[in-house]
Design a protein. Structure first.
Length: 159
């Protein structure tokens, strides 16, 4: 069973920034994995908010297929993710379509980097509660300079 980590927030929330900090890079090739805390990850830094539901699903499938063609069956996936409930971008359907048999960890970034917005954590937990393979974790650090370290500590517990 794969472990999937969805770094979750809305547009301009800091998802990609945190992923770049985790893997110390800005570009991720389809046919390569990237090390984090000793584990190899398939990485997608653009979210379903950037690409739409169909685009996100297509790119994730392409990334996984490219790795499989290289003889690599990815056991860990990290992606930027938006908890949308829009008809054309239902995030629960994305999880069901891409990760139905995986252990999915939604890492909800509670506070936007500028602190002008806050995720409604209970609403997110309720929205995904019908997905038995999904657990929601809260990254509640407000200080942008400490957020990456807080994520690192949380992921150490989950890996």
């Amino acid at each position: 069973m794969r472990k999937v980590f969805l770094i979750t927030g809305f547009q301009n929330w800091g998802k990609t920034f945190l992923i770049q900090k985790m893997f110390k890079r800005t570009k991720y090739f389809y046919d390569k994995q990237y090390k984090y805390l000793g584990y190899n990850f398939c990485v997608q830094s653009q979210s379903n908010d950037d690409l739409g539901k169909d685009g996100f699903e297509k790119i994730m499938n392409q990334r996984i297929s490219a790795l499989l063609k290289n003889g690599i069956n990815p056991t860990h996936i990290c992606a930027a993710f938006c908890p949308t409930k829009e008809d054309k971008n239902l995030s629960d359907e994305i999880i069901q379509n891409l990760f139905p048999n995986d252990e999915v960890h939604i890492i909800a970034i509670e506070y936007k980097w500028c602190l002008h917005a806050k995720l409604q954590i209970k609403e997110i937990e309720n929205y995904y509660s019908h997905l038995k393979n999904v657990k929601v974790y809260v990254l509640s650090e407000k200080d942008q300079s400490k957020k990456s370290s807080a994520l690192n500590e949380l992921l150490k517990l989950l890996l």
